[in-house]
Design a protein around this ligand. Structure first.
Ligand code: S3P
Length: 433
């Protein structure tokens, strides 16, 4: 039987992207940065451990996290390999930071991270003067040595990637002169917002539809007090669940609504979802609101590929919504999904098909024929594979709520990389209704 209605008020953990950046920039500001709402998932903890290995302090106290920074240029040579676990953001942003520090470091990761392409950061960071010895295919494990005299570059992003943009900007912090990144397509701008917040000289110019971002190097960062808003990518699972399950009326408090992250909400609204923004305000330099989501019937959509960067992590759960919508949903231009924690097009196509959805995988997207609101069949005796991908695991948990037989997944552990407490939260909602 599909789950009963989701009702009540919840909060989701802090934003993963903002949490990584708070720890990294705090570690580069001389003095104490205080952070509340930090996501304590494994990915952010990998960043914190790495910063400690390089001389910074990062510790949890009763009133939040305190980061003791060493100053731009002050990172120390780590004595052991930097263990990045599942976290692409930790890896690529830290490679950027280290690229302009004359230290040598090894990066290692789990099986998922060790398959992901690092050439996209190695290429610009080599131009700055860093050198790299990656594994075949440009992957982890890898060794790198930062440039003793880093050179400022102007870099036009060949892929829409906030991680690549941020890696170059972070390298620019300890590089004399102006480092420039040109973004033909806007991606999440948390690095720019937070760099400014810490006092870096950073300018953004919009020219012919492109964003030109310039940061002045040898920056002096000033410690900050940061409140991390709730992660819209974590809220996404509950937004979709409440939309799909009849009788639901769920409020998710304190959700970050930075426009470079809020694409899913636009798309779901276009499909007919009822998502109300209450108590709009600003938290930690980011727009935030409480979201009230009520059940609504969804209709299909052709998702505008231009929206992809603003909802890049939300496609797995959008595919679940599409599987229960009325009609045929078409997505394309999503090649990047193939190099996330798993190949999210192939993995979601296989998993949703196993759960009874009608899905066709194309080279760069999925075509999904929805049930028109009828619950999916579910997976009965088969366990679907999540391939060490937290967002696949959580998306399939939502598909399970909206199915007759439930969806059984092979591994729930990766959920802790971004959303500790997801399963108890969902169980609590199911049982309180
Ligand atoms: C992130 C950027 C995105 C996103 C990831 C977090 C970030 O990756 O998928 O979960 O914090 O900068 P890409 O830059 O590879 O698109």
């Amino acid at each position: 039987m599909p789950a009963g209605p989701l009702r009540g008020t919840i909060r989701v953990p802090g934003d993963k992207s903002i949490s990584h950046r708070a720890v990294m920039l705090g570690a580069l500001a001389i003095g104490e940065t205080r952070v509340t709402g930090l996501l304590e998932g494994e990915d952010v903890m990998a960043t914190a451990a790495a910063m400690r290995q390089m001389g910074a302090g990062a510790a949890k106290h009763a009133d939040g996290w305190r980061i003791h920074g060493v100053g731009v240029g002050g990172l120390l040579q780590p004595a052991m390999a930097l263990e990045m676990g599942n976290s692409g953001t930790s890896t690529r942003l830290l490679m950027g930071l280290l690229a302009s520090h004359a230290i040598t470091a090894a990066f290692t990761g789990d099986a998922s991270l060790s398959r992901r392409p690092m050439g996209r950061v190695i290429e610009p960071l080599s131009r700055i003067g860093a050198s790299f010895t990656p594994s075949p295919g440009g992957t982890l494990p890898l060794m790198m040595t930062g440039a003793p005299v880093p050179v400022p570059i102007e870099y036009r992003l060949p892929v829409a990637s906030a991680q690549v943009k941020s890696a170059v900007l972070l390298a620019g912090l300890n590089t004399a002169g102006i480092t420039t990144v040109i973004e033909p397509v806007a991606t999440r701008d948390h690095s720019e917002r937070m760099l400014r917040g810490f006092g870096a000289e950073l300018e953004v110019e919009e020219l012919d539809g492109e964003r030109i971002i310039r940061v002045r190097g040898e920056a002096d960062l000033t410690p900050q007090t940061i409140e991390v808003p709730g992660d819209p990518s974590s809220a996404a699972f509950f937004i979709v669940a409440a939309t799909l399950i009849e009788g639901s009326d769920l409020t998710i408090e304190n959700v970050g609504l930075n426009p470079t992250r809020a694409g899913l909400i636009d798309v779901l609204r276009q499909m007919g979802a009822s998502i109300e923004e209450l108590n709009a305000r600003e938290v930690g330099g980011e727009p935030v609101a409480d979201l009230r989501v009520r059940h609504a019937a969804l209709s299909c959509i052709a998702v505008d590929p231009a929206l992809a960067p603003s909802m890049i992590d939300e496609f797995p759960v959008l595919f679940v919504a599409a599987a229960l919508a009325q009609g045929r949903t078409v997505t394309r231009g999503l090649d990047e999904l193939r190099v996330k924690e798993s190949d999210r097009l192939a993995v979601m196509a296989a998993a949703l098909t196993a759960a009874g959805a009608r899905v066709e995988e194309t080279a760069d997207g999925l075509i999904i024929d929805g049930t028109g609101g009828e619950p999916l069949r579910g997976t009965a005796n088969a366990r679907v594979k999540t391939h060490l991908d937290h967002r696949i695991a959580m998306s399939l948990a939502i598909a399970g709520l909206a199915s007759q037989a439930g969806v059984e997944i092979d591994d729930t552990r990766p959920i802790d990389t971004s959303f500790p407490g997801f399963i108890p939260l969902i169980e609590g909602l199911r049982h309180s209704s």
